[in-house]
Design a protein around this ligand. Sequence first.
Ligand code: C2E
Ligand code: CA
Ligand code: CA
Length: 746
Amino acid sequence: MSKKQGMSYIASTYGVGSPGRGNARGGDGIHACDTAPTAPADPADLNSAIIDTTASLIIVLDPRGRIVSFNKACERASGYTFAEAAARANYEFLLDATEVEKVRTAFNRINAGEFPSAHENDWIARDGTRRHIVWSTSAVVDERGEVRLIVGCGNDITERRQIELKLRESEERYALAVRGANDGIWDWDLRADTLHTSDRWKAMLGANDEEIGTVPDDWFSRIHPEDLPRFRAALDQHIEGKSPHVEIEHRMRHRSGLWRWYLVRGLAIRDAAGKAYRVAGSLTDVNDRKAVEDQLVREALYDSLTGLGNRVLIQNRLQHALARARRNEDFKFAVLFLDLDRFKIINDGLGHLVGDQLLVELSKRLRTCVRPADTVARLGGDEFIILLEDLREEGDAVRVAERVHELLKTPFALGENEIFSSASIGIAPGSPRYRNVQDLLRDADAAMYRAKALGKSRHEIFDEALHEKAMETLQLETDLRHAVERGEFFPAFQPIVSLIDGSLQGFEALVRWRHPDRGMVSPATFIPVMEETGLIVPLGAWMLRVSCLTLARWRQRFPALAHVGISINVSGKQFARGDLAGDVAAALAESGLPPDCLTLEITESVMMSNSEQAAQTLRRLREHGVSIHVDDFGVGYSSLAQLHRFPIDALKIDRAFVSRIAKTIDAKDEVARDSSLVRTIISLARNLGLGVTAEGIETAEQLEYLRQLRCELGQGYLFSKPLAEKEMEALLAGGLPWGMASRKAG
Ligand code: C2E
Ligand code: CA
Ligand code: CA
């Protein structure tokens, strides 16, 4: 029997060999092949050929277990040739040590005439790898019934096993998710390029069986074009073995026509060579979660009223622009700081609803002024930031500002109101010299302030002069911090006098700062900076304390001051950030002053912009006997309703109105109007049961006028400038009361 011939024959029969190939060798098989390919010449050859070409393992043992026959498949699976295997004492060298006993028992039973059904056992191949084989066994029995040969026919299922194992792993992994989350299932056969999707998968798209067939494109064509490249990349990467699994979110068109978000998970199944031939996984509808996520992002980065970016977003974009400018010299950008003029009047006069509408409409207009790549954001209130990127030249930013002014010339139609608005705009050209976003915004802000100061409804570009001013402010800030530590502050006191009889009624405490180099610095310069930085809170508490202590000392030293009080200015920041009630209580306790000799002065703007909580703090203080006066009355826009909300005792007429009495006293035609404002405030106060103090009385004429209107209290240079403790003591020692009208102190 010639194995070679048999092999040739089978090969020819199945059409693998070439027609002329048989000529290479002689023999019956060849001959048969050439003449009658479908009829073998020798049945024994044929059997041998079949045995050697079959994928099944065929092994024949004698009753002692020695290998008698071992086909090619056995050779391939074990790595031993037939000759090597036959040379061994028995077949056990092929077995895994743990299985020797099991197989021996089976072998003995076969020898005893029993034929166990199919069983599995592992072979350990020559190279140490483990082959998993399913066997069915039969025996050749002689005429006396003795077993002569045992024939095993086996199938090497190692590969299949591995695949099954992987499949089971992946299936188990997904089974959980599927059961729990009601997910859809997909299974893509890469070889056949067919896609199987579960009913649930289809239902999630609102589709039915006919609409989604077995072509992968039934899926891919539904994916949002923006998501498709990402999706394909994720799949390809995993198929190529570069990622452990597929996990990607993408949008698909739902049958309703809307895009919905889905989460796709998948795992490839690979053959022994590691090549993927199937990818399967799940599909989850994550649209609701996505919507919530989007909402969160929107809330974190966008202004809820106007839909524009918010402070966080613009800071982020500015950061990027700065980084870009540092990397690339040619990149030009600019920041526009925009503040509406007189927004407060609209807001207070027509109500917040109209104010909000105006901001919304303005936002729409602002967006039309810029290119899509630019950013418009709302910082808060009526403050907006525009970031212009990729500018050709600085002039571009100015042109945008001009366009904004132009667009504001058209009135806003808000309900029944037609509102004209204008804006002041500060422009800060971007530059890599900026260390951070704050500096950039600060400069745009400074330019905006100059635009306001120069008459509003205009724009200003940040330049060197402004830069110097900004640096000064920065220096001032640093100096102020040291001033607190070094005790450079002290209080000055200005007398408050009865305009009726000239008696001293109290003092207003005013903070003074003696700068080590610059000398006296005006509160008008440093108070705004202290408010900005929050330094005003500890300073305010300190002023309360030292002013009360000073008055307490004076009351002991000058008996005539027994009923004199002290007025202290309170900043809005002290409500928001400080503990005003606590500070007041501490100052009164330490000085031993009764609460009714303490007056707190709050400005109209503080009253207006502060919350119910501020009103409540004041109400509590007032219940304890502390008086509340409204400072600078008349310059703000407080309505009567707002006056009512706060517990107040008196109004202080702003110096601006008092000084106008003096100027217009000769210009007859204007007298009526200007003096009537003072008159109006006084009669308003009287109607509300409030006291009135006039500030900044400098001339006898002003005093006379105010007396005629029966204004009760006044202060001003006419009586005395604010004086430091020792100076005031000298003045007090000179005797009381203040002489009326004639005296010019200072
Ligand atoms: P204010 O509360 O309106 O104080 C009155 C201001 O008018 C004082 O200015 C005072 O010196 C000035 N003044 C008084 N009489 C006359 C006058 O006849 N003619 C003129 N031309 N001016 C007069 P000052 O001291 O420069 O204070 C400015 C502002 O700084 C104050 O205005 C107040 O708002 C704030 N301020 C001063 N001290 C404090 C403080 O301790 N705490 C707080 N929060 N603010 C303070
Ligand atoms: Ca005051
Ligand atoms: Ca004032």
